[in-house]
Write a protein that binds this ligand. Structure first.
Ligand code: SF4
Ligand code: SF4
Length: 247
């Protein structure tokens, strides 16, 4: 018998990073107002919300998601086929609430976790943490600082989460572990590709980020085949321990 899905009501009761810095309408993580960003397609003065499929469905039922963008478009859907019984499905939509989402929508898990994502191993222990934003991962690669003033607290976050407090325990479901592992593999592949990317070499500032946007949205900065292999292997490890869980 297939395992019951994650309980998103429990996950969404957790505070996670619990800071209040994001409630300031000028906060960087909600508006991405870095002076070098001048994107054509990615949101300016806003950011992109990402939801795991089960999370999106849970929040949609209670009306706590953005149903439409300012120009009337519903959230978009991205499916990652890795050769398992079902793909990893992600909903994404721009958010222009600029930190003022309280009482409007429920903050997605990704926003609650920012600036780091805990990656759990297949036993549910904390394996590592990775930056929650593609921009912060890229600043790291470039040797630049993130504008987020708590980004340098990576060791403290790791220490706190490695004790497996209730918020981390709420994520100990194999399907969530699979998504978290997929994020880790994505970050690993992305770092390698960006470091090796000849088209980005020698560029800096606005020139770097303009070129980066084209390559990133064109899916040139991740080895999708490698990602499929790594995610499938993790899926099989989890399936061995938990039986069928990706429902
Ligand atoms: S300090 Fe970091 S997490 Fe807090 S609002 Fe600023 S960018 Fe966001
Ligand atoms: S949902 Fe809230 S915390 Fe997340 S990006 Fe939008 S305004 Fe910021």
């Amino acid at each position: 018998m297939a395992m019951t899905p994650p309980d998103w009501s429990v996950i969404h009761k957790q505070e996670f990073t619990a800071g209040s810095c994001w409630k300031d309408s000028s906060c960087y993580c909600c508006v991405n107002n870095h002076p070098d960003f001048s994107f054509q397609l990615l949101p300016s003065n806003g950011t992109t919300l990402l939801y795991m499929e089960g999370e999106y469905d849970f929040l949609k039922k209670t009306g706590q998601v953005l149903e439409k963008t300012a120009d009337g478009k519903p959230p978009q859907f991205f499916s990652f086929e890795f050769g398992g019984p079902k793909p990893l499905n992600i909903f994404h939509t721009p958010c222009y609430l600029a930190g003022l989402c309280e009482g409007v929508i429920q903050k997605p898990l990704l926003c609650k976790l920012y600036p780091f994502i805990p990656v759990l191993d297949t036993d549910g222990a904390l394996e590592t943490i990775v930056p929650a934003s593609i921009y912060d991962i890229t600043f790291d690669i470039l040797g630049a600082s993130s504008p987020c003033s708590v980004f340098d607290q990576q060791a403290e976050y790791f220490q706190r989460w490695s004790t497996l407090p209730a918020e981390i325990q709420s994520l100990q479901h194999p399907s969530i572990i699979l998504y978290l592992q997929a994020i880790k593999f994505f970050v690993q592949s992305y770092e390698k590709k960006v470091k090796a990317c000849k088209e980005l070499q020698g560029l800096s500032g606005k020139k770097f980020w303009s070129k980066w946007e084209l390559l990133y949205l064109g899916r040139k900065l991740v080895d999708t085949e490698r990602l499929r292999i790594d995610v499938k292997k993790t899926y099989l490890d989890l399936e061995k321990k938990f039986g069928e869980f990706l429902c």
